[in-house]
Design a protein. Structure first.
Length: 506
C-alpha cells in the first residue's frame, strides 16, 4: 500500500505552487494544460535562472505553463483570462491532492483497525486458552486430591501464623508499642499441621499437631496442651473420631457422637473461652433441620471433658450443654440464638495454674483466692447469645452479635457481657472485614485462665477493633487493637495491646 508522509509536506508543496504561480503571473503571458510533462520550451534556455522552477512545475505539479506553439514567452504580459486559468489549475491540483490524501488516510486507518481487531481477537483466544488450561490444572489437582483421599482415606491440612504483640499505656507513642517497655513485647510463630479422613460406615477423624511455646503474660492464642494445663513446645492438639450414621443424617434429623479432643462446642464469642481452646472428652449433638419455612434448625449439644489429668486421675472436669436455633425470616436475614451451661468440677485444682499464668497487675486480675491454691467461688456458668446476619449487599455483609454471661457459683462480681459488629467478610482475595466489640468480665464471672488472650483475665472491660484483609486465597493479614481497663478502677489508664497477625492456611 502506498503511504504518504504528508499533509505537512504537501501543504508546503501547495504553498510552493502558489508562490511559483505568483512569480509566473509576473513573467509568463499564457497558460495551456497537458496531461503529461513535456521537455523545456524552445525559448527557455537550459541555463536560464527560471528553467529549474519551470521544469519542477511541469514534472512535480503537472502544470504546463507554455503556449501551444511550444514557447514559454516569459517576457509577455499576463492577461486576466490567463490568470483565471492558472488559478483554476492550481486550485484543482490542491483539491486533488487533498482528496488523494484523505482516501489514503482512510484506507490506512481501516487497515490498522483490522490489524488491531485481529491482534485483539488473537490475544483473547490466548487468554481464554490459558484460563481453560488453569481451570483444567486446578480440576486435575482437585481430582487427584480427591482420588488420594478416596484411596488413602486421608487429607492433609494445616496453617502457619505469625503474630507480633506490642503493649503500651500511651497509644500515641510508637516506641512503646514496637519496642521493649515495662510490659514487654512478644513475637510468636504458630504452626499447625494434621491429617483428617473418613472411614466407611459414617466415621470421620482428625489429628493435629500444634506448636504452642508461649512465655508471654496473657497470650492464650495457643490452646492448652494435651490433658494438662502447662504448655509444651509441641502439642497433640486435636485427636478425635466422630460417628455420624449416614442413613440417619440423610433425613432432616442428624446425630453425631465424638470422642477425643475436638473443637470447642461452646465458644460463640471469646467471652467464655479464648480462641482455639479445646478439651478431651466425649460429646454428642442432635440437630433437627427445616422445622418450618423460616425455622432452619434446632440443635442440642452436650459433653463431658477432662480439663486436668494428674497421674491417672481426672482432677478437673467440665460438664456442658448448649441449645441453639437458626432462623431465616428472609433470604438476606439469618438469626442464631441460644444458650449454654458450663459446670466445672474440681476447679480448685486449676488454681495454681490460674495464679501462676497471666498478667496480675493493675490492668486485670485473677479470680479471688485466699492462698492461691483454691478459689473463693465455684464456676457454674450460664450464658445466652444472639447473632444476626444481614446480606442485603453482596460485598458488604453485616453481622451483629451479643452475649451475656453469669456465674451462678459466685454471689457477687459474677457477670460478663459482649456486644459486637462485623462489616464485610474474608472470602476471595482482596476482600476485607472490620470488627468492633465492647466486652467486660467481672472478677468472678469466669475462670481467668480461660480468657487470657482477649480480655487479659477478669475484672476488665474495654474495646476491641480488628481489621482483616484477604491477601490471597488462603492468606490473611489482621491488625487487632485491644483497649483494657480494670472494672474496679475505671479512672486508671488503659492498657493498649496491638496484635499484627499474618496467617497462611494450606
Amino acid at each position: 500500500m502506498k503511504k504518504y508522509a504528508f499533509p505537512r509536506s504537501f501543504m508546503k508543496g501547495s504553498l510552493l505552487v502558489a508562490l511559483l504561480a505568483g512569480f509566473t503571473l509576473l513573467q509568463a503571458p499564457a497558460l495551456a494544460e497537458t496531461d503529461q510533462a513535456s521537455s523545456p520550451w524552445s525559448d527557455v534556455a537550459q541555463n536560464h535562472w527560471a528553467a529549474g522552477a519551470l521544469q519542477e512545475l511541469v514534472e512535480r505539479y503537472k502544470l504546463q505553463l507554455g503556449f501551444p506553439d511550444g514557447q514559454f514567452k516569459g517576457q509577455s504580459p499576463l492577461s486576466r483570462y490567463e490568470m483565471a486559468a492558472l488559478l483554476a489549475k492550481v486550485l484543482k491540483t490542491i483539491e486533488s491532492k487533498q482528496l488523494e490524501l484523505k482516501t489514503a488516510d482512510l484506507a490506512l486507518i481501516e487497515e490498522l483497525k483490522a490489524l488491531l481487531l485481529e491482534t485483539s481477537e488473537a490475544q483473547n483466544e490466548r487468554l481464554e486458552m490459558l484460563e481453560d488450561r488453569s481451570d483444567l490444572l486446578r480440576s486435575d489437582l482437585e481430582e487427584g486430591l480427591d482420588k488420594l483421599e478416596a484411596a488413602l482415606g486421608i487429607r492433609p491440612f494445616g496453617s502457619l501464623a505469625v503474630r507480633y504483640c506490642g503493649m503500651t499505656t500511651r497509644l500515641g507513642d510508637p516506641a512503646q508499642i514496637l519496642g521493649a517497655n515495662f510490659l514487654g513485647s512478644t513475637f510468636q510463630v504458630r504452626l499447625g499441621a494434621g491429617v483428617q479422613g473418613k472411614v466407611p460406615g459414617g466415621f470421620d477423624w482428625q489429628v493435629r499437631l500444634l506448636t504452642n511455646d508461649n512465655n508471654s503474660y496473657n497470650l492464650s492464642w495457643y490452646p492448652f496442651g494435651g490433658n494438662h494445663i502447662p504448655r509444651a513446645p509441641i502439642t497433640l492438639d486435636r485427636f478425635f473420631i466422630r460417628y455420624q450414621p449416614q442413613d440417619l443424617n440423610a433425613s432432616n434429623f442428624q446425630w453425631a457422637l465424638t470422642a477425643g479432643k475436638a473443637p470447642n462446642l461452646f465458644a460463640e464469642t471469646e467471652l467464655v473461652f479464648d480462641e482455639d481452646i479445646s478439651f478431651s472428652g466425649l460429646s454428642q449433638s442432635l440437630k433437627w433441620k427445616n422445622l418450618a419455612p423460616f425455622w432452619k434448625s434446632l440443635s442440642l449439644e452436650g459433653g463431658e471433658y477432662a480439663l486436668l489429668v494428674e497421674e491417672t486421675f481426672i482432677t478437673t472436669a467440665l460438664l456442658g450443654a448448649k441449645l441453639s436455633s437458626e432462623f431465616q425470616p428472609a433470604e438476606a436475614v439469618h438469626l442464631k440464638v441460644g444458650g449454654s451451661y458450663l459446670h466445672y468440677l474440681g476447679a480448685d485444682q486449676l488454681a495454681k495454674y490460674n495464679f501462676a499464668q497471666g498478667y496480675q497487675g493493675i490492668f486485670s486480675s485473677r479470680n479471688r483466692g485466699a492462698d492461691k491454691n483454691n478459689f473463693e467461688s465455684d464456676f457454674h456458668l450460664l450464658n445466652g447469645f444472639a447473632k444476626l446476619e444481614l446480606n442485603f449487599w453482596e460485598n458488604l455483609p453485616i453481622s451483629l452479635n451479643a452475649e451475656y454471661l453469669r456465674n451462678l457459683g459466685s454471689v457477687d462480681k459474677n457477670q460478663g457481657w459482649w456486644a459486637g459488629l462485623q462489616l464485610g467478610e474474608l472470602k476471595d482475595p482482596g476482600s476485607w472485614q472490620f470488627k468492633y466489640a465492647y466486652r467486660g468480665l467481672e472478677q468472678e464471672a469466669n475462670l481467668s485462665l480461660m480468657v487470657e488472650d482477649t480480655l487479659a483475665g477478669t475484672n476488665v472491660s474495654g474495646h476491641m477493633l480488628d481489621l482483616g484483609v484477604r491477601l490471597a486465597e488462603k492468606t490473611s493479614l489482621n491488625l487487632t487493637l485491644h483497649m483494657r481497663t480494670p472494672l474496679n478502677q475505671p479512672e486508671s489508664d488503659h492498657l493498649y495491646i496491638l496484635y499484627t497477625t499474618l496467617r497462611q492456611d494450606f
